[in-house]
Design a protein around this ligand. Structure first.
Ligand SMILES: [Fe+2]
Length: 373
């Protein structure tokens, strides 16, 4: 019995490793990932971590990760070896889980939804009335989120005729080797304003070597906004200084040192400002005067929403508050959390479609608040 279980685990761990091989077609890669996760979830996580941190895309690396992940299963094997009576119900539930998982991986994972809003900002320069901003986050380019499978999202974003595109972080997953692919995907974006793809870093960008992220993404059309700011003038040009709509980038909360006060320092009080920050928890932990809107990602909307349970996996210190959509933090400024484009360690979406957000800017002359309609 033990030998047979080890054989299965070893095999599935190898499948999981094989699923990261870039030359494989996307559908096959997803099928491999699913089979590896169903049979060997802890192993897949270990393999993923090794890929992220140690750069083991070599034959000994693949075999070593598979072996390590198999050893991790020892307590589970002991539990499996106890005498049990297998009921039909177990197989029915397992089968239904597989069908749902398959749907979530193959269909809903790439079923992009465009959410459009009118964003009313106080003090908006007249020349920026009607400006269209597209927000996308959490590309997670990697073994599951292949640039080819995300090409429809690229097309949808360009079809929205954006003036600016904001992308707050998490460009890759598992390995820095995917930064060039992420950069290539970004090169396909077509903002009307030159240099109008603005980015900030997420936790996964840090985990996979931020220096390589900077060299890969810095070479493409995006302006890097980590702890930096640019101003979009009334004539719709991006500048380092001047007056207009300020676009401020913050570093990631988990792996960087975001400082909201310093990025806003010196901006005249009567000029509107948007902040890009991967992790929306920053709104809970930092307040520093006027912020007209913070745009974030990170939570992926929870990726899986279950009836009665909501979204059980949400990487936020503040429960479900920053799962997705429009939220107001304790500092009184609004945050919009997009559900993101890609998926994380769990390669499915259920009840939480990937999102492309479009804001059309309007001047708010009636009151001094940001309004989203
Ligand atoms: Fe993410």
């Amino acid at each position: 019995m033990r030998k047979r279980i080890y054989t299965v685990l070893w095999g599935t761990a190898l499948l999981g490793c094989l699923a990261t091989w870039p030359a494989l077609p996307g559908v096959l890669r997803i099928a491999l990932w699913l089979s590896a996760i169903v049979a060997n979830a802890p192993g897949v996580i270990v393999v993923g971590k090794l890929f992220g941190y140690l750069w083991v895309r070599t034959i000994p690396g693949y075999l070593g990760s598979a072996l390590l992940s198999t050893v991790l299963w020892e307590p589970v094997i002991r539990w499996l070896e106890r005498p049990v009576s297998h009921s039909r119900r177990v197989f029915l539930v397992g089968g239904a889980g597989l069908v749902l998982g398959g749907y979530g991986a193959a269909v809903e994972r790439v079923n992009y939804q465009i959410r459009s809003f009118q964003l009313y900002l106080p003090d908006l320069p007249p020349g920026l009335e009607g400006l269209r901003i597209v927000l996308m986050a959490d590309l997670h380019c990697g073994p599951v989120n292949r640039p080819s499978s995300m090409r429809p999202a690229l097309q949808l974003a360009n079809d929205c005729k954006p003036d600016l595109i904001l992308m707050p972080g998490d460009f890759v997953h598992y390995s820095y080797s995917y930064f060039p692919e992420a950069a290539e995907w970004l090169e396909g974006l077509r903002p009307r304003i030159p240099g109008g793809v603005l980015t900030s870093w997420g936790n996964h960008d840090h985990w996979n070597d931020i220096a390589r992220a900077q060299s890969a993404l810095g070479a493409c059309q995006g302006h890097r906004l980590r702890e930096q700011r640019l101003v979009l003038t009334g004539k719709r040009s991006l500048q380092d200084s001047g007056s207009g709509l300020w676009l401020c980038g913050l570093d990631d909360l988990w792996e960087g040192k975001p400082d909201l006060a310093s990025v806003l320092r010196g901006i005249p009080a009567d000029q509107p400002r948007l902040v890009l920050c991967h992790n929306p928890d920053v709104a809970e932990e930092q307040q520093a005067g006027r912020v007209d809107l913070m745009v974030s990602g990170h939570t992926h909307g929870g990726q899986v929403s279950l009836p009665g349970l909501g979204t059980p996996i949400l990487p936020s210190r503040y429960g479900q508050k920053y799962a997705s959509g429009w939220v107001v933090g304790p500092g009184g400024f609004p945050v919009y959390v997009t559900r993101g484009l890609g998926v994380g360690a769990v390669p499915i979406r259920l009840g939480v479609r990937p999102e492309i957000t479009v804001f059309e800017l309007r001047r708010n002359d009636k009151n001094r608040q940001t309004v989203l309609l």
